[in-house]
Design a binder for this molecule. Structure first.
Ligand code: ATP
Ligand code: MG
Ligand code: MG
Ligand code: MG
Length: 467
């Protein structure tokens, strides 16, 4: 199935089972100032799960656009390295607001995968939370999953909570086995980090209310929140291992390769660029602008990272915005808001690249010279700071370059150089000097705090604040 067919098949499957199909919400969470970006399908339903908002229905299904490039869920560093991570992806989800619970959720998921999609059960692997014998019994006794393809997993991966207090509960995840030719062991085994078994669907059973002292009280009306990556399930359906080989990415990879004048679509920098144009274009379409703070700074970092990968491939023209058209071709039908914003997105990305292009080449020369005479494996904090401060290289961009060269960056040294400059700026301002770094630094501090807040938990805070 194409990605578009899969998206439609998923929604139709759940529509037939009494779910109201709702549109994706914006990447800017409307109901949660502590959350950087919408990073899961349940975000738009947070207040419904908390009982503060009432829909006219108790079952919903969506295909939600998500960005995971900051806060607790940050997959930026994974892009270009794993077969399964994007900064932007679509999450297919079905939700029960105090309606059905574990049994139906499990049966729906299994039926969709094995009957609708006709995936052979022996290609799937199921996990449950280690203490959830109820879910275990449904999988093994009712569904008849092979116990050899089943494991119990600890809280780190298989227990979900909305915040430090509030709704929480065990998860059950379904993985697809891409076969022996790919390194990696099944979930729960010592070598699970490989990409042979790829997680496709997470079923979250909101079962308890956690109090501040940690006590778990059963919720009177337990709920269900599920999420399945469209790109991952499309890879399964299309018989490919990597998400980057699915239909949605082909035009983008080809367009990027054409701009770079190369034939080999298998370059990791092409994958990074194809990934990043999706997050950047959708973020701008949803109203985020490149800036030095908060969401805008995350966007700026992603754009600059993409441009640096273009440079790596030998592209020296302004190029990134040219990928908006192929993106609109691939995704504009599913997301008319993207199509409508095309001209605006192109203009903003072009302007941002023009700004950075002036210093990128110079910064790269400094970086390359530094690496050429480097004694050891660590790029010094002073250089990282100089690149950041004078040439506009976000630290993660320098770190990304370092990783390609089997090096690392001295984060502590960088922080120290930042702090030193902050002190200089402060003492300068005591004398009334017109020190233009002041503004930038204040904003920078604010950004760190914001990211830190978002770090504390998945869908955080409001609930806790209300207690
Ligand atoms: P992983 O362990 O592979 O990083 P996850 O456990 O972080 O995934 P969940 O938070 O459970 O993912 O999200 C639900 C589903 O969304 C996943 O099962 C997967 O199919 C999809 N998904 C999560 N993160 C990404 C991503 N960065 N890119 C593409 N799909 C993703
Ligand atoms: Mg993850
Ligand atoms: Mg996982
Ligand atoms: Mg998961």
């Amino acid at each position: 199935m194409t990605s578009a067919e899969l998206r439609a098949a998923f929604l139709e499957f759940f529509r037939q089972r009494g779910h109201t199909i709702e549109p994706s919400s914006s990447l800017i969470p409307g109901n949660d100032p502590t959350l950087l970006f919408t990073n899961a399908g349940m975000v738009q339903y947070k207040d419904v799960f908390l009982g503060r908002e009432h829909k006219g229905f108790t079952r919903a299904a969506t295909s939600q656009r998500c960005v995971r490039a900051g806060g607790k869920h940050n997959d930026l560093e994974n892009v270009g390295y794993t077969a399964r991570h994007h900064t932007f992806f679509e999450m297919l989800g079905n939700f029960s607001f105090g309606d059905y619970f574990k049994k139906d959720a499990i049966h729906f998921a299994w039926e969709f995968l094995t009957q609708e999609m006709e995936i052979p059960p022996q290609k799937l692997w199921v996990t449950v939370f280690e203490e959830d014998s109820e879910a275990e019994s449904i999988w093994l006794n009712d569904v008849g999953v092979d116990p050899k393809r089943f494991s119990r997993i600890g809280a780190k991966d298989n227990f979900w909570s909305m915040g430090d207090t509030g709704p929480c509960g065990p998860c059950s995840e379904i993985f697809y086995d891409h076969g022996e030719s790919i390194p990696g062991g099944p979930p729960g085994s010592p070598d699970e980090e490989g990409d042979r078994y790829i997680e496709i669907w997470n079923l979250v059973f909101m079962q308890y209310d956690r109090a501040a002292d940690g006590t778990l009280t059963p919720l009177p009306k337990p709920s269900v929140d599920t999420g399945m990556g469209l790109e991952r399930i499309a890879a399964v359906s299309q018989g490919v291992h990597s998400n980057y080989e699915i239909d949605l990415f082909q035009k983008l990879l080809q367009a990027a390769a054409k701009l770079a004048g190369i034939d080999d679509l298998n370059q990791s920098s092409l994958r990074v660029i194809a990934d990043h144009i999706r997050s950047c274009a959708f973020l701008v379409a949803d109203g985020v602008l490149p800036s030095n703070e908060g969401r805008g700074y995350v966007l700026r970092r992603i754009i600059r990272r993409a441009i640096r990968h273009g440079y790596r491939l030998g592209i020296h023209d302004i190029f990134f915005y040219r990928l908006v058209a192929p993106l609109v071709e691939a995704m504009g039908d599913a997301y008319p808001e993207l199509k409508n914003a095309q001209a605006q997105v192109e203009r903003i990305l072009k302007k941002e690249e023009e700004r950075f292009a002036e210093t990128l080449g110079q910064g790269m020369k400094i970086l390359e010279a530094c690496v050429a005479k480097l004694d050891g494996k660590v790029i010094p904090g002073d250089t990282v700071f100089q690149l950041y401060d004078t040439y506009g290289f976000p630290v993660d961009l320098t770190a990304d370059f370092a990783r390609e060269h089997d090096l690392s960056v001295d984060h502590e040294g960088f922080e120290a150089a930042m702090a030193a400059q902050r002190d200089r700026a402060r003492s300068a301002s005591h004398f009334g000097a017109d020190y233009d770094q002041d503004i930038k630094l204040d904003i920078e501090t604010e950004f760190c705090g914001y990211d830190h807040l978002a770090d504390q938990s998945h869908i955080v805070a409001l609930y806790a604040q209300g207690q």
